[in-house]
Write a protein of this length. Structure first.
Length: 186
């Protein structure tokens, strides 16, 4: 599965997921845009660095998740409803599997928030006083340090992207496999 984090405009980005033999799916606009590092890229790094198979991207690799097929708009209402039911069954099965295997989805959410906060503090950004930060548990310290080190490598690459450029990864690789630009160019 290929996952691309693409700048789509001023303070906008998309997450584009491409699986073998399937149409590309996108979350556009994706939530949590940031000039330094977007929320979904932090999630990707947490899950890939820590080997999560049942987080957002592990589930997407198995055909589940919240990514929306671009071609879905062209389907009939009946076909869209059938696909939604199929997707809901897949989501229920993966949620049950996740609950049996340590709730990686919840752990991914918590660690993504911790890693994002830790990274921002290390780079001199002030905490949002309106939000209660998650607690750093002693057992999470090594994981947070690993993820933050990886964010230190990827954040400058993200900041350097222009509109219509993307960082693309082959799940679960942590090094971008390409820097793509829309239209003509490199």
């Amino acid at each position: 599965m290929n996952v691309a984090f693409k700048r789509t405009g001023a303070q906008r980005y998309a997450v584009i997921v491409t699986r073998a033999a399937q149409a590309a799916q996108a979350l556009d606009p994706a939530p949590g845009y940031d000039d330094d590092i977007p929320h979904d890229l932090v999630h990707y790094v947490v899950e890939a660095e820590l080997g999560f198979a049942n987080g957002v991207y592990g589930r997407a690799a198995r055909g589940a998740g919240t990514f929306i097929a671009t071609a879905e708009r062209d389907r009939s209402p009946r076909e869209r409803a059938r696909q939604q039911r199929k997707q809901q069954r897949r989501e229920r099965a993966l949620s049950a599997q996740d609950a049996q295997q340590g709730n990686e989805m919840a752990r991914s959410e918590r660690l993504a928030a911790l890693c994002d906060l830790t990274w921002r503090r290390q780079h001199g950004q002030k905490a949002d006083l309106g939000r209660t930060p998650p607690l750093l548990r002693p057992e999470d310290e090594a994981d947070v340090a690993r993820v933050v080190a990886r964010l230190n490598v990827l954040a400058p690459l993200w900041r350097a992207l222009l509109v219509d450029q993307a960082l693309a990864f082959e799940w679960p690789d942590l090094l971008p496999n390409q820097r793509r630009q829309g239209g003509s160019g490199s």
